[in-house]
Design a protein around this ligand. Structure first.
Ligand SMILES: [Zn+2]
Length: 200
């Protein structure tokens, strides 16, 4: 049975790298995949980039009003072959409706969908990302891609640093004004609490 998969992990855990590896594995065996990402993530245009090198162009950048089921239904074939898998990067930026549309892709077409994204935003205190929340609610298969905090513990939180200073408040998406250095670090809950309390 095809499934909707959610692979979540903190910033820099290698989500995009894993997505590219899955795409490569399919293509190496002569299968076709559709790779998509939300327009919200505009930093690299239509490309998926990884810190360790590999990159690729996506097939579709979608906005919050796009119906992703409709898009997939119009692109069921690529290079004359039926697509075997749909891969989504930055899946936290999906709307809840779009996650439901991805489930429809799985149930109506029998095509597996693998969504990669963050589980929670950097504030940790509110509803977080709509897409991630919906994926956690309905995905058939949920797994964590693990990474390590600067202290050596498991990192599960995304912390935002502006000009090197920890911040726990602000909008989900910060526009680069060219003056402020925006950095995200994957850290453990203890370090997050220590930064928040000003102990680090
Ligand atoms: Zn830590």
């Amino acid at each position: 049975m095809s499934k909707l998969y959610f692979r979540y992990g903190a910033m820099g855990c290698g989500k995009t790298m894993q997505l590219l590896q899955v795409a490569f594995n399919y293509e190496e065996r002569g299968h076709q995949v559709l790779v998509m990402k939300p327009k919200t993530d505009t930093k690299n245009g239509e490309k998926l980039l990884t810190r360790i090198g590999p990159e690729r162009k996506v097939d579709f950048c979608f906005s919050k009003t796009d119906n992703v089921f409709d898009f997939v239904s119009k692109h069921l074939k690529k290079g004359g072959k039926k697509i075997s898998c749909v891969l989504i990067d930055e899946a936290q930026f999906l709307t809840a409706d779009q996650v439901d549309e991805l489930m429809q892709v799985v149930t109506e077409f029998g095509i597996p969908v693998m969504a990669y994204g963050l589980r929670l935003n950097f504030r940790l205190t509110d509803g977080g990302f709509e897409g991630a929340t919906r994926l956690l609610q309905i995905a058939h298969d949920i797994d964590e891609i693990k990474t390590i905090c600067e202290c050596g513990r498991k990192a599960t939180c995304n912390a935002r640093f502006l000009n090197g200073k920890f911040v726990a408040d602000g909008p989900d998406i910060l526009i680069d004004d060219g003056k402020t250095e925006i950095e995200y670090r994957a850290i453990c809950p203890k370090c997050f609490a220590d930064y928040k309390a000003g102990k680090k």
